[in-house]
Design a protein around this ligand. Structure first.
Ligand SMILES: Cc1cc2nc3c(=O)[nH]c(=O)nc-3n(C[C@H](O)[C@H](O)[C@H](O)COP(=O)(O)OP(=O)(O)OC[C@H]3O[C@@H](n4cnc5c(N)ncnc54)[C@H](O)[C@@H]3O)c2cc1C
Length: 391
């Protein structure tokens, strides 16, 4: 078993899963997190949702592997699913426009041909019977794999399940450089450290860190927001995640209320920060957009605006929507696990892939998430281009 030391920079959900997998692969692992707790920057702002319905091979494979991990989480992490806030209520993609029926059925056939077998068409009468909150929706897809976990709890579960890892908070990495012996030196707020390998998992801060090694990571760093409406009724508490495919507005049950958001971001790429101000009017935007497929929720959000709470963070979107995992070109022993706009969902598979890259059990050429795919033209088409950004 190798005793090489690997330092992971960043203790969000992606750094935490990477550390767990590296530990299992036999490395001596240290995690450095500059804040005073793990999973406290982007990760806690996520809705924690999980699906396998995508339009590209790489995302489907990563999502199916991750879903399988979550379904067997007790065996892997020694924690009961309920303790993670796990639920498998499905995803419900809805439209109030009958003309979308043929588009939904064509997409469904494509998903099924790619091995996404848990999705099925739902017509107007089935919607009325099964989903009484669904307003004037007349057509949709029900995706049975759709699930969720609590983002903070899964991060803590990775930490708790790997006691051999040296988990450190309050340590900021300020510089990373290679030494003449092929090792790596890290300047930190708590002094210098050396390692055989380094893994950059610093979320929205990773692209700037990698830039110093001459690597431009092709991503947009995009603000996203959610709001919490407390005390929704039992119908909403038992619901799947619901998406209005005409505009990307969506919600899911949580803690007796719902999280509500929309994915029609403005496409700007911004400088990252630990906190993101939620724009004025976000509640009304969300309520307007969700109203056709969930009118009672829209009314409740507007009526209870004084009780609504908000959160925001940065999602990191690669040009083809697939994460970027592997060795940094031209920097032997330096790795990245970045490009995550769905890092809660994909952290099991991406942590495994990262550990395989560090252990040398996967060749760069066989790694679908290598950064080189952008230069060699093998990146797949945009993976989330259907249904208001939910492909
Ligand atoms: C509104 C919203 C909804 C979302 N919904 C979902 C969803 O439903 N499902 C899903 O899967 N994903 C969702 N996401 C995306 C998800 O939150 C991210 O993909 C995921 O949290 C990224 O994790 P991370 O570990 O890469 O980044 P982070 O959680 O940001 O962690 C990076 C860590 O690195 C640390 N760090 C940075 N620089 C340094 C340094 N120099 N030294 C030491 N430490 C450093 C930071 O302090 C931070 O803790 C959502 C995001 C938002 C904003």
């Amino acid at each position: 078993m190798s005793q090489e030391r690997v330092i992971v920079v960043g203790g969000g959900v992606v750094g935490a899963s990477s550390a767990w997998w590296l530990d299992r692969s036999g490395f001596d692992v240290v995690v450095l997190e500059r804040r005073d707790s793990f999973g406290s920057v982007t990760t806690p702002n996520a809705l924690g949702t999980i699906r396998t319905q995508y339009g590209t091979r790489v995302l489907i494979d990563l999502a199916q592997e991750s879903l399988s991990f979550y379904r067997n989480v007790t065996e892997h992490l020694g924690i009961e699913p309920w303790a993670l806030g796990w639920a498998n209520h499905g995803y419900l993609y809805l439209s109030d426009n009958e003309e979308h029926t043929s588009r939904l059925q064509a997409s469904l056939a494509e998903y099924q041909s790619m091995g996404v077998t848990s999705s099925s068409f739902v017509g107007e009468s089935e919607i009325r019977d099964r989903f009484p909150f669904a307003g004037s929706a007349v057509a949709g897809i029900f995706h049975g794999d759709g699930s969720w976990v609590d983002p903070r709890r899964i991060t803590q579960a990775w930490v708790d399940a790997s006691p051999a890892v040296d988990w450190r908070t309050g340590v900021e990495v300020t510089a990373i450089s290679s030494t003449s012996s092929g090792a790596w030196e890290l300047e930190t707020s708590q002094g210098a450290l050396t390692a055989d390998r380094v893994v950059i998992c610093s979320g929205p801060y990773a692209p700037a860190m990698l830039q110093q090694f001459g690597v431009t990571v092709p991503v947009k760093i995009t603000p996203r927001y959610k709001l919490f409406v407390p005390d929704m009724d039992e119908v909403h508490a038992a619901a799947p995640l619901v998406i209005n495919i005409n505009n990307g507005a969506y919600w899911r049950p949580v803690d007796g209320g719902v999280w509500l958001s929309h994915s029609n971001v403005d496409g700007r790429s911004l400088e990252p920060a630990d906190t993101v101000a939620v724009p004025d009017g976000f509640l009304d935007d969300c309520a307007d957009q969700i109203e056709p497929v969930s009118p009672a929720l829209a009314a409740a959000a507007r009526a209870r605006r004084d009780d609504v709470t908000y959160a925001g963070g940065f999602q990191v979107y690669p040009a083809d929507d697939a994460p970027i995992v592997g060795e940094v070109p031209g920097a032997a022993g330096l790795y990245m696990n970045t490009g995550h706009w769905a890092g809660v969902m994909l952290s099991p598979a991406c942590g495994r892939l990262l550990a395989d890259c560090v252990a040398g059990t996967v060749d760069d050429g066989a790694n679908p998430c290598r950064i080189g795919r952008f230069a060699d033209g093998s990146a797949e088409r945009h993976g989330t281009n259907k249904f208001g950004g939910w492909g």
